[in-house]
Design a protein around this ligand. Structure first.
Ligand SMILES: NC(=O)c1ccc[n+]([C@@H]2O[C@H](COP(=O)([O-])OP(=O)(O)OC[C@H]3O[C@@H](n4cnc5c(N)ncnc54)[C@H](O)[C@@H]3O)[C@@H](O)[C@H]2O)c1
Ligand SMILES: [Mg+2]
Length: 341
């Protein structure tokens, strides 16, 4: 009876869904896959798979382009049959999206297999995510970033933190359950604010000692428990550069996979033009300083490689367009240019 009811429910849902836009249908379908384990198991057999090896995504270089191949379940089966360690591989996959035609997309980490053997079988290479995000087509970057974050979360949540017993993932990978304690764990992200501080005519960028030479970016910091976004912005700016924010404006947000999974919340903040003396927290920052419009415009044109000078020093350059810091800096340029026009 339950099976008949479920089938009927799906049929009614699909009829209702046809009345909705492609986007709404897609989101409803993905949600169903997360909630309905048998539907998700079926979907695995008709889905496509993005591959990772110890969290590095699989890429194929074709000419000058780096492609992110998606393999069908049949192709996966054919390849993985050759590897003993790959038994029950499909159960380890996690749902990461679906095409407009409702072909589900999964991600799978093949870290249990020998990397070079699987690379030669697949004719491509597993590439560090920090490199991969910046060489693949723009539409593939967010997918790789969120897939890696989800795979990382599963890898580090295999045991219940209360009982120490193994946790089990659902087929979609949208949660893990400890059957001993009954606790359900959901994938987690850390909220982080990123703030471009301006004093009205200049903006403030900083460097941490671990940054590549010459790179400056906006101030960032993890939200503390109980804080709202405004409080984190004010605290981080006070802690890191000793300034008091007078007003702030939300700009946008981005999922960021480094060092694990963060939700970057980007804001513009204003400090008083008379109260703009920087005093840096030298435990976190190596340098922080004000940049004028011209210097920012020049810096945006520069690439890391072209920033090195003959004497070995580096001219300032800023994060690439894949990072939300880049958009904050561009927005500031537009705003300043409009003011001075
Ligand atoms: N996408 C972008 O444009 C962009 C730009 C700048 C920074 N970021 C990201 O923002 C993140 C945070 O910036 P930050 O390093 O200046 O933060 P931060 O100023 O809060 O300092 C980091 C320190 O905070 C502590 N901390 C508190 N909660 C933490 C948590 N949940 N996870 C890890 N550490 C925690 C740790 O001691 C850590 O060393 C960085 O990891 C970086 O990857 C992204
Ligand atoms: Mg910081």
């Amino acid at each position: 009876m339950a099976v008949v009811y479920q089938a009927l429910h799906r049929r009614v849902s699909s009829l209702v869904c046809r009345l909705h836009s492609t986007y709404v249908r897609k989101m409803r379908y993905l949600n169903e896959l997360k909630e309905d384990d048998s539907l998700c198991r079926q979907a695995q057999t008709s889905g496509t798979f993005y591959l990772f090896h110890n969290l590095s995504p699989f890429l194929q270089k074709v000419g000058k382009k780096y492609l992110v191949p998606q393999l069908s379940a049949a192709e996966m089966k054919q390849i993985l049959e050759k590897f003993q360690e790959a038994e029950q591989w499909i159960e380890k996959s996690v749902l990461i999206g679906c095409s407009d035609e409702h072909r589900p997309q999964f991600a799978l980490d093949l870290g249990a297999l020998e990397k070079s053997a699987i690379e030669s079988e697949l004719q491509g290479s597993f590439t560090d995510l920090r490199k991969a995000l910046f060489v693949v087509d723009g539409k593939d970057s967010p997918l790789l970033a969120s897939a890696q974050s989800l795979l990382r979360w599963h890898d580090s949540h295999q045991y219940c933190s209360k009982t120490g017993q193994p946790t089990q993932k659902n087929p979609a990978g949208s949660k893990r359950v400890c059957h001993a304690s009954g606790i359900t764990y959901y994938p987690q992200m850390s909220p982080v604010v990123i703030t471009l501080v301006s004093d009205g005519s200049r903006c403030l960028l900083a460097r941490q000692p671990s940054f590549p030479p010459g790179m400056y970016t906006a101030l960032s910091g993890f939200c503390d428990m109980g804080e709202n976004v405004e409080e984190t912005v004010r605290r981080e700016v006070a802690e890191e550069v000793g300034l008091e924010v007078e007003s702030l404006r939300y700009s946008g947000s981005q999922h960021w996979p480094f060092p694990s999974s963060s939700l970057m919340i980007a804001c513009h903040a204003l400090v008083g033009a008379q109260r703009n003396e920087i005093s840096i927290d030298s435990l976190e920052l190596e340098e922080a300083r004000w940049f004028g419009l011209e210097e920012i415009v020049e810096g945006l044109k520069r690439e890391p490689r072209s920033s090195k000078q003959d004497d070995g020093s580096f001219l300032p350059w800023f994060p690439p367009k894949q990072a939300i810091a880049h958009h904050l800096i561009r927005e500031w340029v537009q705003q300043q240019s409009a003011q001075t026009a």
